[in-house]
Design a protein. Structure first.
Length: 187
């Protein structure tokens, strides 16, 4: 992540995640008691998810961010921070009761890797378990903010087909002027 992403570690961002983004994206979806979080970044969503999940496993690919989160959640026995790649998860099939990936998919370098990530999440979710995802819509402003960093925004119009191909059903996508959210159920 570049310096522009320091905002993602700010109190302002944490408040936006807690009060706006997660309530909008999650709605009434219950992720269950053993939740997988993909790409927690600075941990704003981890804070919220850890309050409702009996067990939260957060997989972060960035070494520094994973270390930062491990330190921050060291005294929280229900949260497991793992440095790992969500395109090749080390968990058994049908392990998790729900999964979340918020405001991070645009950091996955290619659409093919995003699709592998979707497939891996579908594999480790129990049948019928929900994946809830959200991200910003692609824009020139965000492209500038990601200069020198990966920026591969997801077109929400492609999500139903991509998630279905990855092993999900009952895909629902909603879009605002700024972002999208999707809920899909593992088959």
């Amino acid at each position: 992540m570049n310096e522009a992403h320091e905002y993602c570690g700010s109190d302002e961002w944490r408040q936006l995640i807690r009060e706006v983004i997660l309530p909008w994206a999650l709605g009434e979806v219950d992720l269950g008691d053993d939740v997988l979080e993909v790409g927690p970044g600075y941990g704003a969503t981890t804070d919220v998810l850890s309050e409702s999940a009996a067990r939260l496993t957060s997989v972060e690919i960035d070494d520094e961010l994973a270390a930062l989160l491990r330190d921050r959640f060291a005294d929280v026995p229900t949260v497991d921070i793992v440095r790992g790649d969500a395109t090749a998860l080390c968990y058994d099939d049908d392990r998790f009761t729900g999964a979340a990936c918020f405001t991070m998919l645009h950091h996955v370098p290619t659409s093919e890797m995003q699709n592998r990530l979707f497939g891996e999440v579908a594999r480790v979710l129990r049948p019928g378990a929900a994946l809830v995802a959200s991200d910003s819509l692609g824009s020139d402003e965000l492209a500038v903010a990601h200069e020198g960093d990966t920026y591969n925004p997801v077109d929400p119009a492609t999500l139903p087909e991509r998630l279905t191909a990855a092993g999900f059903g009952d895909v629902r996508v909603k879009v605002t002027d700024y972002g999208w959210s999707a809920v899909a159920r593992a088959r």
